[in-house]
Design a binder for this molecule. Sequence first.
Ligand code: ADP
Length: 390
Amino acid sequence: MSIKKALLFGIAEKIGESSGIITHNFFDKKGNILKKVIKDIIPDHHKGLNKIVELLVDGKYGAIHDKKELDAVGHRVVHGGEIFKSPTLIDERVIAEIKKNIPLAPLHNPPNLTGIELARSIFSDSPHVAVFDTAFHQSIPPKAFLYALPYSLYEKHKIRKYGFHGTSHLFVAQEAAKYLGCLLKDLNLITIHLGNGASMAALEKGKCVDTSMGLTPLEGLVMGSRCGDIDPAILFYLANYLDMSMEEIEKLLNKKSGLKGICGENDMREIVAKSRQGDYKAILAADIYCYRIKKYIGAYTAVLGSCDCIVFTGGIGENSSYIRLLCCQGLSKFGVDIDHEKNNRAKGKTAQISSEKSTVKILAIPTNEELKIANETKCVIEKNIKSTIF
Ligand code: ADP
């Protein structure tokens, strides 16, 4: 039986900064969510995790009596390279392989490893499992994952498309199949994850055959502050004519571009509100954002030959009827037709938003990467799968 819901959930933020925050969510007897917020300096990850353990076993806020009660610990790991095609039990060999992938994800894999090492020392009686953001995309064929660069760059340096948000794409695809009363292996789907980062995936008979993020999470859709697809020659222009260093260019593309670069704002709620007031740059930012998504819907429909279902997820995809509508507008000849009322009503829970005449079902489904990681972890432990390095 799969795990259906969390007993507790939370987040520790601003670790190592002058003020830290731990937000701990728990439930009362009626199932209402209650919050305990602790504002205090969190000097490092070790102290932060120990504070969380105190909350886990606390008589009032916790759910267990002793940390030894945990059956397993699941870890999100961003980059599993080509080695990891499924979740795996963590051992020293797995840690060494995750380290080898640091050049492919220098911002993500090091903190993931810190989390694993600390959690293994604190929860030393429990098995630990790594669930990779890249693993779900390992079914993508070479014609879609290779760049048209010298082949030796792939052979020697593994430069290729990997894709991210895999846990979320798989979770919502499985939820879509359940909602539609089908098996995932019988469906062709386009999944659209729109959070601060954003990506799309094309799933043929339930298996991923293409995705919009690449070697890194910078490729593809327009994001909160990342540019997504651009002409690579822009980098030469920035370096040669504007004298920008590689470091400055990296920052520009990752932190100062996307929605923020166009209109100065990366929170989609603000952008939608400003668009409604007629703000030119906010309207433009939303238009560029949705135009890119629409282009990918067209491309992935062609890749799949036929698409049964489009799923919107992530903070923006789950909540913004305005963005969902802009992405699907003008696609009725492709069989994609939104029902305005259903779209306006859909917010934060699974809903079908396509009209009767739409041959492609359109769904909005809240993602739950933590729940998926918990279930993948349970599966690895129950099947007693040893570390799976390919
Ligand atoms: P993360 O990628 O950090 O997990 P989320 O999936 O939480 O991000 O998505 C964050 C984005 O969702 C923000 O841009 C936020 O503005 C947007 N968002 C949340 N609620 C709404 C809403 N009702 N309308 C439009 N955008 C929303």
